[in-house]
Design a protein around this ligand. Structure first.
Ligand SMILES: [Fe+2]
Length: 381
């Protein structure tokens, strides 16, 4: 048994963001709540100008610099409501899109973010019309109904989600990625690869998530290195934007031990999410190898390194080696040590933090427990 929640419409292509005013006009909308970060300034300004020239009122909310917390969400919702906006436009990375999802939901449902995050308050009203335009290729947030929000009171990150929080329309415009810093391209690329691999071997994988996951892996193999080396390679950027979107579609099948470790340790040592995934992905593949050998063989095939004369296990090992090669080709990190800088808490504290955050995840193909968290941490040093 499974179900899949998808966007209503996905538009792919260079300069497709120019269609946004027409789309909003068709829906009869008038006042846009424009959520963004500070990056990609010229394109962001161009989009705002274009909306205003087309007769829209635009309310800018650009306070999203990192993963949104409860205050950012509550403040955004107050601004949305007080300025009487009727739709949401997110232009940014995963944090911006997640913030927009939650602000829109709360604009029609009311209350405070913590009530939905911690107290089980239910979404009962349809959120406003919502367009998402990703400007990084990594999180796949535009393809999901889930938002990760940091709780300012206990420091943990916890998801909020509802079937109606997914963007109505997604615009995948590779021009929005041009000029991304190399470090960001590498980190977000490793995040995408982690979504594709972890969802593919998940115990909750579905025929649809597997299809998206393998396609994402093929696109990453074809274009991650080019996207990293040449920030103006529009074809490579397009592939990575699609891979990120497909990874987001696949991730509804669940995350595994790489994300179980990467999320809390990233928060603890201030490691960008994609870099934390980069450190843990090959370790996770090695840990799970004997529990999902045939699936890792499929991944080796998608990565173009399988050999039909070899056993499944030998091919699975090739998949791990290829992920390590790719990681080093884009100079993504392979160790936690540089991030810890002598601030290493007791292993018990680390295990407890992992357990509190994501340690409950049960779809990893090999059983995980407290001892696993400690072992993975040691291996990542
Ligand atoms: Fe991720």
């Amino acid at each position: 048994m499974w179900e899949m929640v998808n966007n209503r419409r996905v538009i792919f292509g260079e300069n497709k963001i120019k269609e946004i005013p027409q789309i909003l006009q068709w829906y009869g909308l008038k006042k846009v709540f424009f959520v963004s970060g500070k990056s990609n300034a010229p394109l962001r300004q161009h989009l705002k100008d274009q909306l205003e020239e087309s007769g829209f009122d635009v309310v800018i909310y650009d306070s999203i610099s990192k993963e949104p917390d409860l205050d950012v969400i509550n403040e955004g919702k107050d601004l949305f409501v007080s300025s009487c906006c009727d739709c949401t436009l997110a232009f940014g990375g995963g944090s911006v899109i997640d913030a927009a999802k939650t602000i829109g939901m709360m604009a029609t449902n009311g209350g405070l973010a913590q009530e939905y995050q911690m107290e089980g308050r239910q979404v009962t009203v349809l959120p406003p019309f919502f367009i998402a335009v990703p400007t990084t290729a990594g999180t796949g947030a535009e393809a999901t109904k889930v938002a990760v929000v940091k709780n300012n009171h206990n420091g943990l990150k916890k998801s909020l989600y509802h079937n109606t929080m997914i963007a109505d329309i997604v615009i995948l415009d590779p021009t929005a990625l041009i000029g991304s810093p190399e470090r960001l391209t590498a980190a977000t690329g490793m995040d995408t690869l982690s979504h594709a691999v972890e969802s593919y071997v998940s115990l909750n994988a579905t025929p649809i998530s597997e299809m998206y996951g393998l396609k994402a892996i093929r696109l990453i193999k074809r274009s991650l290195e080019n996207s990293y080396r040449d920030p103006s390679d529009i074809a490579a950027k397009g592939d990575m934007l699609l891979a990120s979107y497909f990874g987001g579609c696949a991730i509804s099948a669940g995350i595994g031990i790489a994300h179980i470790m990467a999320q809390p340790l990233g928060a603890m040592f201030d490691i960008p999410h994609g870099d934390a995934c980069s450190i843990f992905l090959p370790l996770a593949m090695e840990y799970n190898l004997d529990a999902a050998t045939a699936k890792y063989r499929d991944i080796a095939e998608a990565l173009g390194v399988s050999d039909r004369n070899l056993s499944d296990r030998e091919n699975a090992l090739r998949a791990v080696e290829e992920v390590k090669r790719l990681r080093s080709a884009i100079e993504a990190p392979d160790s936690l040590t540089p991030y810890i800088k002598g601030r290493q808490p007791a292993i018990g504290t680390i295990i407890e933090t992992v357990q509190k955050t994501t340690g409950h995840v049960s779809c990893n193909p090999r059983k995980v427990d407290a001892a696993t968290f400690g072992k993975m941490f040691d291996l990542a040093l």
